[in-house]
Design a protein around this ligand. Structure first.
Ligand code: ADP
Ligand code: G6P
Length: 466
């Protein structure tokens, strides 16, 4: 079989055990570890502009994975990563139009880096290779590869939501971007509503035609679209939770909780994750449920992310203020109701934390999937599982409908869900947990990878329809 080349902006550290905050890197690494493959992306390093491209590509190996990485120079980082990818596309894809900034110079940088990636990949790609590209940083990569003569099968999986056409059209470069996406052979989405939003855009703006099998005929090409919800390794995560249940970290946690129930949230510190709304709901819960004072603690682990983008600096400042204010309002000498931690944890340390929590509070305003929700469920002890409170606006809500689903903008409903979760009888907790586990076992990470890869390798219905 021809080789698989995976491409993403962010790659996971190749040494096992290091934290990878971000669903893409965690998912791709787990998917590749089993089957092996080549993975190309940014090293995470930024070099001064006087180092001129092409920048060298460094190869590292770990078992059957070959990792190829390259640095970005400052100008490329500022325009492509900080500017267009994270200052324009990320907020637009998460429906935060008022946070989106646009500058043609950023878009030019985005095109340029997509071109540089294509250049670097072309150096080791053979005509038989199949290329699997990930996420919103690289929407123009297929086009850039095709401009360099590639006729390979190239697929894109979007880890984020895809917004409604009216939202997408706020981006001045939307037409070029969408036309570039049509150079892929397969585009995968987390949910059917993301897929429909894309198809809707293509049909309305580009005059294409949608076939019943998800193939879009547009501009003489056939682009297959499909829904591939990303999953987690259920058994591996539970095993990690069990293995470290009595680690020194967990003993210290239990001692400090002193029998109090733990409510737990884990996120990158991102405005799409709904942290201010979540803090407000917890505050309301405390205000309305004096009986729970001293009986509950909420731990919010929020690892700083993209901290040189202004919107991220602002949300961080806001949350620091709120955490201090809420503790100031309710804390006692021997009780801190909210613990706010700006650090990351290695996964083997995170899983027992999830398992120790009575409630997982996962309430993004918008999220492609949200793997934390799935990790939380997988880590639970099925005999005495914790309760998941999940935003309806996370892709995961489509599968995990046995969670307590909430609207993250509805403070009152979230406070009520907290009270309901903390008081939920054992039998109901078990039933909800079992229902979620059944779905997660079906939609495993292996299935995500295999279905996408098979569809990408299957040309029949995908050839030109001109
Ligand atoms: P996103 O991809 O937007 O960050 P996801 O919930 O899909 O959201 O994925 C986040 C991934 O990053 C999960 O695998 C989670 O375990 C990991 N993660 C998030 N925050 C932390 C943290 N503070 N420490 C360690 N891992 C984290
Ligand atoms: C989300 C995105 C990924 C990204 C990750 C971490 O999961 O979908 O593409 O890698 O966040 O963000 P970062 O900007 O640090 O790569």
């Amino acid at each position: 079989m021809s080789r698989l080349i995976v491409v993403s902006n962010r790659v996971a550290p190749i040494t096992e055990g290091e934290p990878t905050a971000g669903g893409l890197a965690a998912g791709v690494m787990d998917a590749l570890r089993q089957k092996g493959g080549r993975w190309f992306g940014w090293s995470g390093q930024v070099v001064p502009d006087m180092v001129t491209p092409p920048l060298p590509v460094v190869e590292q190996r770990s078992g059957s994975i070959s990792l190829y990485t390259t640095d970005l120079n400052q100008r490329d980082y500022d325009t492509y990563y900080r500017g267009f990818a994270n200052g324009t596309l990320w907020p637009i894809f998460h429906y935060q139009t008022e946070l989106a900034r646009f500058d043609w110079a950023d878009f030019e940088g985005y095109r340029r880096v997509n071109g540089r990636f294509a250049e670097a990949i072309s150096a080791f790609m053979t005509p038989e290779d199949v290329v699997w590209v990930h996420d919103y940083h690289l929407l123009c990569l297929a086009k850039a590869l095709r401009q360099r003569g590639a006729r390979n099968r190239i697929g894109l999986f979007l880890h984020t939501p895809f917004p409604a056409p009216a939202v997408m059209m706020n981006v001045p470069a939307h037409a070029e971007l969408l036309a570039a996406m049509c150079q892929y052979d397969l585009i995968g989405f987390q949910t059917e509503s993301d897929r429909l939003a894309f198809a809707d855009y293509v049909l309305r703006e580009m005059g294409g035609e949608a076939r019943a099998d998800g193939v879009l005929a547009v501009g003489g090409r056939a682009i297959r679209t499909g829904v591939y919800p990303i999953g987690v390794h259920v058994d591996m995560l539970r095993a990690e939770a069990e293995a470290a249940a009595d680690s020194p970290q967990m003993q210290a946690l239990r001692a400090s909780l002193n029998g109090r129930a733990l409510v737990m949230s884990v996120d990158r510190l991102d405005y799409s994750k709904g942290l201010p709304q979540r803090f407000a709901a917890y505050e309301r819960f405390l205000a309305e449920n004096a009986g729970w004072h001293r009986q509950v603690e909420f731990a919010q682990i929020a690892v700083p992310s993209r901290s040189d983008v202004q919107a991220y600096q602002e949300i961080r400042r806001q949350l620091e203020g709120e955490a201090g204010r809420i503790n100031g309002r309710f804390a006692e000498l021997d009780w801190t109701p909210l613990r706010y931690l700006n650090r990351s944890f290695a996964r083997r340390d995170l899983m027992p934390l999830y398992a120790a929590a009575a409630v997982g509070l996962v309430t993004p305003l918008r999220d492609g999937m949200n793997l934390v929700a799935k990790e939380f469920v997988a880590a639970q002890d099925p005999v005495d599982p914790g309760v998941l409170i999940l935003s309806r606006f996370a892709g995961a809500a489509r599968e995990l409908d046995a969670a307590l689903l909430v609207n993250p903008h509805d403070e009152q409903a979230m406070a009520a869900a907290l009270a309901q979760a903390l008081a939920m009888p054992l039998q109901e907790r078990r039933e909800r947990h079992a229902a979620m586990m059944a779905v997660m076992r079906r939609n495993s990470l292996e299935r995500w990878r295999d279905r996408f890869e098979n569809d990408l390798r299957t040309p029949a219905a995908l050839e030109s329809v001109a």
